[in-house]
Design a protein around this ligand. Structure first.
Ligand SMILES: [Zn+2]
Length: 127
């Protein structure tokens, strides 16, 4: 398996078939109202990326739960979690805020994860 590596292309939200073309029309998540606009076909290898059944939804749900646990990893040593006071309540609020802020990325990566499951790597058309 040559370059570009899957994990690198995944992080950069590139096409899973050639790992070069961009999946989303906008490079950044702003403007938010079009942050989930995907290209119909990959601009590099022409692989179809607009898949009707793409349900980032289910994966997004799983990622959101995961983020809650990840939050506990830094919140616990930093502020402490105890059932004796309302620190668990504060942790929940903090997590919800973090999840809301991370939502555009979560939604995008949910779709990317889905594509990487469905579309197989076919190699770069330029080589
Ligand atoms: Zn491609």
């Amino acid at each position: 398996m040559g370059r570009p590596y899957m994990i690198e292309s995944f992080c950069k939200m590139r096409c899973p078939a050639c790992r070069e073309g961009a999946v989303f029309k906008n490079k950044h998540i702003l403007p938010l109202n079009s942050c989930l606009d995907m290209v119909d076909n990959c601009g590099v290898c022409n692989e179809r990326l607009q898949i009707e059944t793409n349900n980032g939804g289910g994966i997004n749900y799983a990622l959101t739960i995961m983020l809650f646990f990840l939050n506990a990893l830094w919140y616990w040593p930093l502020f402490g979690l105890s059932y004796k006071d309302n620190s668990f309540f504060l942790f929940l609020i903090t997590s919800i805020v973090v999840v809301l802020i991370a939502q555009p990325w979560l939604l995008r990566y949910s779709r990317i994860i889905f594509l990487y499951f469905i579309v197989r790597y076919k190699g770069s058309p330029n080589k």
